[in-house]
Design a protein around this ligand. Sequence first.
Ligand SMILES: [Zn+2]
Length: 343
Amino acid sequence: MRATVMYGAGDVRVENVPDARLEEPTDALLVVTRSCICGSDLWPYKSMEPTEEGRRMGHEFIGRVEAVGSEVRTVKPGDLVVAPFAWSDGTCVFCREGLQTSCLHGGWWGGTEQDGGQGEAVRVPQADGTLVVLPVEEDDALMPSLLTLSDVMGTGWFAADAANVKPGVTVVVVGDGAVGLLGVLSAKQMGAERIIAMSRHESRQKLAREFGATDIVTERGDEGVERIKQLTKGVGADSVLECVGTQESMMQAIRSTRPGGSVGYVGVPHGVELQGEDLFYSHVRLHGGPAPVRRYLPQLIDLVMKNEINPGKVFDLTLPLDQVADGYRAMDERRAIKTLLRP
Ligand SMILES: [Zn+2]
């Protein structure tokens, strides 16, 4: 089968790899019908050391079930399913609490051991706990929106949830990638009264406004914090979503939050170091981590099916799998917000 392999920074190829197949009785085999490139894929795209063996890419996908192991009960061949960006058994102590990304028997797509989503097929471990059947056909117009539920929409939703967004609150969103933009949409859905998006890019500002942003702040650092204070009667925001993962963005988030407020952080941290004293005197609640998007899938599928949210608008480039390298380049150069791939 064909699949995406990254060999080092800037070096992404589509190659023939061994066919995905069932290995465990709890596995399902999926033929991928849609996948995409994530902002987090850009981290290795910028910085990965060259390797001989390469790394399989992609963790957001929808597919048709081709075969299932003998113990799989909740999906069957022919079903169209969405996979969250991590697999989980659905039964352990953390899964039962809705923290599926801490599953005791879970794991992550791609790398050197597992199939990635940016390919023609995927072996899905723990199929019963992981996959959710979609109530639509393969070419449904809602497909881009449903695809976002495997990561970016669920991650934006978790950021808002972790930041304790409630009706009437003031929200700041740090980061204008797909997750930040969908964090805006999530905050709007959860009833936030004021949503301040921090963005310097016109096309992203426009989408942020469409998703519910009431204010745009283009400043960063001290000036950014100052601007947020001006917009919030000098106190800071109730809820802040950190959707980047750098030292600068994390401190921007913490410093934009009012004492007693909450930061939900979902940007994969790269070199973030927090000073105890800064945290101590900021008096903010911090909650973040890899979003347990599996928890939110049924609810978010329902909102998409009812046309109450349209997160698929974050896709502004669609390419065939063979041109995946162009998709990475476009996102890296910020010409595209998010690239959808068709096998
Ligand atoms: Zn589990």
